[in-house]
Ligand binder design. Structure first.
Ligand SMILES: [Zn+2]
Length: 265
């Protein structure tokens, strides 16, 4: 009997490793929680180099809330509050980010995109269950793009809703680029952003940021479904001691920090 007890953990280990290898590309890998970011936990202990081992597309931010993180084709950029786009070295730390290996499961041409709401409604119509995670990449020449970025912070950190009131807004006309991001299930409140969360990066790296609005006569959408989430929690002092809010409180704060302040969404 003692022998059997020793063998069992070894077998389980083999099975776990095998599953991780075969399914790894459908995993959404995330560090920390949106609830912590809302509370002002802007120090993480995951590096961009670590994220790169878990995906080639995604979004988030970097330590000190120093801009909007955009991940495309395995390259990691921050769009600073000044509007400048900077490629990040692997040692850069992030307090909140999510990435996945992008593999197109479905896609097609989108026409007459009259705004962000129209875009997400169009995508909603072709996506499956709201209870799975989807990553999208939308490429094209956009008639109009509206984004924002946030100012770099120094401790003691203020809550995200306060910082976002000082956001910089950027508008682009006739710009080629990629919209990238996620549609997450409604039950992720407190962990990630339920629904759509999209960032933008111009092809020529002239700008980007957290997407607030867009218009295009034509763009190409590619969609990747993920059915696993790997959540890695930081061990920074700010995360460990943060009094994380209940999910209901997060919803109101999220609406304040994610949406276009001039829009009606
Ligand atoms: Zn964002």
């Amino acid at each position: 009997m003692r022998r059997a007890i020793h063998i069992l953990p070894a077998l389980l280990l083999v099975v776990t490793v095998t599953c991780a290898q075969t399914n790894d590309r459908d995993v959404l890998y995330q560090t920390s929680t949106i609830g912590a970011l809302l509370q002002g936990v802007y120090d993480g202990d995951t590096t961009i180099g670590e994220l790169r081992a878990h995906g080639d597309v995604g979004l988030g931010t970097i330590n000190c809330l120093d801009g909007e993180l955009v991940v495309l084709d395995g390259r990691f950029f921050t769009v600073e509050h000044s509007g400048r786009v900077r490629e990040l070295p692997p040692e850069t730390l992030t307090p909140f980010a999510a990435v996945t290996w992008f593999e197109r499961d479905q896609g097609g041409l989108l026409q007459d995109i009259t705004g962000l709401g129209a875009l997400t409604s169009r995508l909603d119509a072709v996506l499956g269950s709201v209870n799975l995670c989807y990553t999208v990449r939308i490429t094209g020449r956009f008639d109009y793009i509206k984004t924002r970025s946030v100012p770099r912070q120094e401790p003691p950190y203020r809550p995200l809703a306060e910082v976002v009131s000082e956001q910089a807004i950027f508008e682009f006309s006739d710009v080629s680029g990629t919209i990238v991001g996620f549609r997450m299930p409604p039950y992720v409140t407190g962990i990630n952003v339920p629904g759509w969360h999209l960032h933008f990066l111009a092809d020529d790296l002239s700008g980007g940021g957290h997407l607030l609005d867009c218009r295009a006569s034509e763009a190409t959408a590619q969609i990747d479904e993920s059915d696993e989430i790997m959540l890695v929690l930081p061990h920074t002092e700010s995360f460990l001691t943060c009094p994380l809010a209940p999910a209901e409180a997060d919803n109101a704060d999220l609406h304040a920090v994610e949406k276009d302040p001039d829009g009606d969404g």
